[in-house]
Design a protein around this ligand. Structure first.
Ligand code: ATP
Length: 240
């Protein structure tokens, strides 16, 4: 049976008078890689911020259930302890720390030293570029490498759900391909992922299921591979 990890019901977010999210429903089940695609300003980032309660003071309505419990209004401490990890746009690695130190920081709620070291080795196999640079300061990494580090650091907290906000943003086409390869590999390790992306083609190719967001509403959802072949999706989001 499918185990529900995240269930968002009738979510509405308004910034003052601006309705950014207009009553959306979205579900992520254990082991799934789900993508939320849509144009600039569709409300994707706002949706992720509503899930993690990281929005500035604004109106959030509806229900957000994580592992069967409401997490609406959860504070950052509870969020970390509930193993819900978010890699935000812009990444936020600790630039004055090395890769190794950043990864240790990702595990700061854990005290199983052997497990932490084993995890670092495990994620180094998925992110070989990080292994080669383990002693390098994070601030000297390329944008794509910082994105990989931000993801690996989040994975060190053993997330039950990993939220990724536009991991391909601002990266060269080759690095974008590499990032998606890594996202697929992380998913193949059994990590449950909700991926927000503007690169609809690569996101749908990687994902199990997809949701299309437009002007604050979900306009389409379904099997990612079927969506890739849907003429409406192709015309609006795949440039075909
Ligand atoms: P992008 O891909 O460009 O990041 P998005 O789909 O993630 O777009 P959001 O960032 O969620 O879209 O923005 C949705 C709408 O809400 C936009 O119209 C945006 O201008 C507005 N918005 C976002 N943050 C704020 C804020 N702090 N105050 C007021 N309006 C906001």
């Amino acid at each position: 049976m499918l185990e529900n990890v995240l269930k968002v019901s009738n979510l509405k977010v308004a910034y003052g008078g601006i309705k950014a999210v207009k009553g959306i429903d979205l579900e992520v089940n254990k082991g799934e890689l789900i993508t939320l695609i849509g144009a600039n300003g569709a409300g994707k980032t706002t949706t992720l911020k509503a899930i993690t309660s990281t929005l500035p003071s604004c109106k959030v309505e509806g229900e957000i259930h994580y592992l069967g419990k409401s997490i609406k209004g959860i504070n950052s401490f509870q969020l970390v302890n509930s193993h819900l990890a978010m890699v935000p746009e812009g990444r936020g690695v600790f630039t004055r720390m090395t890769i190794q130190e950043n990864l240790m920081m990702g595990a700061y709620t854990r005290n199983d030293k052997a497990g932490i070291n084993a995890d670092i080795e495990k994620w180094f196999t998925v992110f070989p570029r990080l292994k080669e640079r383990a002693a390098q300061l994070a601030g000297t990494l390329s944008g794509g490498e910082q994105q990989m580090l931000a993801m690996a650091r989040a994975l060190m907290s053993h997330p039950n759900l990993l939220l990724l906000d536009e991991p391909s943003m601002g990266l060269s086409p080759i690095m974008v391909e590499k990032i998606f390869e890594v996202v697929r590999n992380v998913s193949a390790q059994g990590v449950t992922i909700l991926l927000v992306e503007q690169n609809a083609k690569l996101a749908l190719q990687a994902a199990h299921r997809g949701y299309v967001m437009d002007s604050g509403s979900i306009t389409m959802s379904g099997d990612a591979k079927e969506m890739l072949h849907d003429p409406k999706v192709q015309a609006a989001y795949l440039g075909e």
